[in-house]
Design a protein around this ligand. Sequence first.
Ligand SMILES: [Zn+2]
Length: 368
Amino acid sequence: MSVSTAAAAAAADACSTEMSVRAIAAHLKSNPSAKVIFMVGAGISTSCGIPDFRSPGTGLYHNLARLNLPYPEAVFDVDFFQSDPLPFYTLAKELYPGTFKPSKFHHLLRLFQDKNLLRRVYTQNIDTLERQAGVANDLIIEAHGSFAHCHCIGCGKIYPPQGFKSKLSEDPIRNFARCEVCNELIKPAIVFFGEDLPDSFSKTWSSDSEWLRGKLRTSEKHQQPLVIVVGTSLAVYPFASLPEEVPRKVKRVLCNLETVGDFKSNKRSTDLIVNQYSDAFAEQLVEELGWKKDLEKILKAQTAATENPTEQLLEVVHDLEKLSLDRPEHEAVDKKDKRPLHDNNNNHDNDGDGKEVDKSSTQNNGNA
Ligand SMILES: [Zn+2]
């Protein structure tokens, strides 16, 4: 491709991205009672410093080369873990919740929740940044598990995360968390290769699919839902089958650098494609929706919570109180409970929903 053709192609891409974002905003404006289902992957966390799994050169699997794995994916293989737990421990130390802060896109999810427009977030990520951004536990399905619970790989006994976490603080790591019953290794409820996905994944998707079909049948206007898929290569099943199973009349959006999965192989005439980074997408969408100030407030609250100077905190509290005055009483109370000021990395221990590995038929055929 010549330079001028490449430039023209880039300009055309930018133009079609802009048109797609406008179309998404237009849909949300004309369907003010609609709710959105998000399906997200590693791409939404790369700007937080978490490498995605598959990018050549920068991906997590590439970085694992120094751990002397027989093959990169072995880090998520139960048999390999049993023979050598150190690579997974090393990875867990890097990824353990609390090290990273949510991205703009994570905060956009929170904004959809605050606007009462969020039906669900299906995430392949194990970084819990959706929770850290303040999205309510019952609105998140962590399809590939999380660090919130641990279990023994021998007898299945469930353990709180603290025992595993305490081993990560040793430098170098020499000891591994073991079961008090059978002395086998204890591992977080991250879904490894060949393991079942959490029961909540298929149960919730079944209920959400029914909800989508119900919305198509309803005669009430302004409620047409939207499914937005972001930052995923749609390479890992069963997660990748979710967009395929969205009823044909429901509008789907893909925001990803490349057009992938069912959006490529089975493109629907109503699909909207945004070939863009997720944070840039968040910025463009809030602009179109008139939510820019709301996003700025959330980002300011995060900065204040991170840096913690009293002045900034007071300013943010003042802003939030002003915001609450404009809302009904119950909603205002709700907002206060969810803001990040009260949310310092404490909400990955408290969710009993869907972490235990379950006996459903859906199995993971690869992480992220
Ligand atoms: Zn055991």
